[in-house]
Design a protein around this ligand. Structure first.
Ligand SMILES: Cc1cc2nc3c(=O)[nH]c(=O)nc-3n(C[C@H](O)[C@H](O)[C@H](O)COP(=O)(O)OP(=O)(O)OC[C@H]3O[C@@H](n4cnc5c(N)ncnc54)[C@H](O)[C@@H]3O)c2cc1C
Length: 473
């Protein structure tokens, strides 16, 4: 057993950890990155990237089947699930294999090992190949160990009949019917992926609507689309168990005290994620966790133990890749001696459903709760020339602004390419933009981005292509 001295040790090579390691290397800090599994973490291996690969393939198949409106008719697409999976696996391999070389190329050491605290500044590394353990003593330690799916009683994950998101992403067949337990973004994205391939989808949600953390008008078009494609959404409903019969899972659900059984080939349990601190012997570090097990950090991403930082899912919501990497890079700069704090105004969030949903900043209710007098502009894609030309007219852009000073407080988009359109809004909010900053910026025509400009104009009574609720001043 050797003792290695480092200035910084980063635990976990996910989207929080590896950008931190790269920045540490760039900034000349003597650092090491340790990962127990495949580099890239959840996002690259079993999250953002593989899910978006499957979503884009199934979106294409769905679009082809619904192009007759545009005068283009295709034969029913043939789906080769094994080929789709191997294409997806190729993308994952390319991206994850790049992580190690990026880390090393930027001057940070990389080790494939499981890390476990022995004390606040001492970490044991255990290698899977049986090599003798090492001890790392580091001045600064970054915990970026991510999160795991939450399991619910009665639904033990076997990754065949009862799957979590990882199992769903690996299915090599199209289930006849699928039940998704949990109406959050991961369950809906994956459920709709298979629905587009012909799977009969049933969503079970305990609350009174899907995507319950968002304003209702954002989730409604997705609920409508799921139903239009033959799916069912059972809200106010709990899945309480299942049994096998005739080669199917019969899932027992309860709505208002009434129970019934729904058959499914595959049940996807997607009810949220919990932080990974198990296996890390975190208690030996002295780091404080909150009552849900998340690591508690301050505005410099530092824990209660000086020199120990944490980034990404392990510190809590929003559990998103871009938040994790921002925090990881920020910590690297703090370790390198730069004066930085985590003071972002907005962390945009995207749901890659059909239609897509993207949000940045405050919702109307959040803005009102903060005491703003709100003005709202809304521009529907149904009147956008570009949306018509691509035959994707569902949804809208909504701009929330302060009625007194016209500062942009939030932008919410449901519709085509919402995921890309939201970056303009994130920049506007981060820069402290006012509505005229967007409405007077010339947006190219004909584009979907014009809808953002029109929604901004609408918020101040200056919309050109829809009626204004308020009079132009
Ligand atoms: C299906 C799905 C789809 C998603 N889609 C999106 C999306 O479209 N956009 C988005 O922004 N986010 C998405 N996410 C969320 C995103 O994947 C996470 O927010 C992100 O991966 C968090 O990064 P992280 O670095 O905090 O953790 P992780 O990516 O979980 O990385 C943590 C790493 O630490 C390692 N580790 C843990 N313990 C130890 C130890 N003791 N020793 C050594 N290594 C250890 C783990 O093996 C892991 O590789 C999705 C998630 C899922 C599940």
């Amino acid at each position: 057993m050797a003792t290695i001295k480092k200035t910084a040790l980063v635990i976990g090579a996910g989207t929080g950890g590896y950008p931190c390691a790269i920045r540490l290397g760039q900034l000349g800090v003597d650092a090491m990155l340790v990962e127990k599994a495949n580099p890239g973490g959840v996002c690259l291996n079993v999250g953002c990237i593989p899910s978006k690969a499957l979503i884009s393939a199934t979106k294409l198949a769905h679009k082809a089947q619904h192009a007759a409106n545009m005068g283009v008719t295709f034969a029913k697409p043939t789906i080769d699930m094994k080929q789709m999976q191997s294409w997806k696996a190729g993308i994952v391999k390319k991206l994850t294999s790049g992580v190690q070389s990026l880390v090393k190329g930027n001057g940070c050491e990389y080790r494939q090992a499981t890390a476990e605290f022995l004390g606040p500044k001492r970490v044991k590394l255990t290698y899977a190949d049986g090599k003798p353990e090492d001890i790392v003593e580091a001045e600064h330690i970054v915990i970026a160990t991510g999160s795991l799916p939450i399991v619910i009683p009665g639904f033990a994950i076997d990754q065949k009949r009862i799957v979590d998101s990882t199992g769903a992403l690996d299915l090599d067949h199209i289930p006849g019917d699928m039940i998704v337990i949990g109406g959050g973004y991961i369950g809906l994205e994956l459920g709709q992926t298979f629905q587009r391939l012909g799977t009969k989808l049933t969503v079970i949600e305990g609350l009174d609507r899907i995507l319950a953390t968002m304003d209702k008008d954002l989730g409604d078009p997705v609920a409508k689309q799921i139903k239009a494609d033959g799916g069912e959404i059972l809200t106010g409903t709990k899945a309480i168990g299942w049994r096998e019969e005739g080669g199917k899972a019969l899932v027992k659900v309860e709505t208002n005290g009434q129970t019934r059984e729904i058959p499914a080939d595959v049940v996807l349990v997607s009810v949220g994620r919990k932080p990974i601190t198990a296996g890390l012997a975190i208690e030996k570090s002295g780091v404080k966790l909150d009552n849900k097990g998340f690591v508690v950090v301050d505005e410099r991403m530092q824990t209660n133990v000086p020199g120990i930082y944490a980034a990404g899912d392990v510190v809590g919501q929003p559990m998103l890749a871009h938040k994790a990497s921002h925090e990881g890079e920020l910590i690297a700069e703090i370790i390198a001696g730069k004066k930085r704090v985590n003071d972002v105004r907005t962390i945009p969030a995207v749901v890659f459903t059909d239609p897509e949903i993207a949000s940045a900043g405050l919702s109307r209710s959040e803005a009102e709760a903060k005491g703003h007098k709100v003005t709202e502009g809304k521009f529907p894609f149904s009147v956008s020339g570009r949306a018509m030309a691509i035959d994707e007219t569902k949804g809208f852009v909504k701009v929330i602004a302060d009625a007194d000073d016209e500062r942009v407080l939030g932008v919410h988009i449901v519709g085509p390419e919402a995921s890309d359109l939201i970056s303009e809004a994130a920049l506007a909010i981060e820069m402290g933009a006012y509505v005229p900053d967007i409405s007077l910026t010339i947006h190219p025509h004909p584009t979907l981005g014009e809808a953002v400009m029109e929604a901004a104009k609408h918020a101040i009574g200056e919309a050109i292509h829809i009626a204004n609720a308020k009079k132009h001043g």
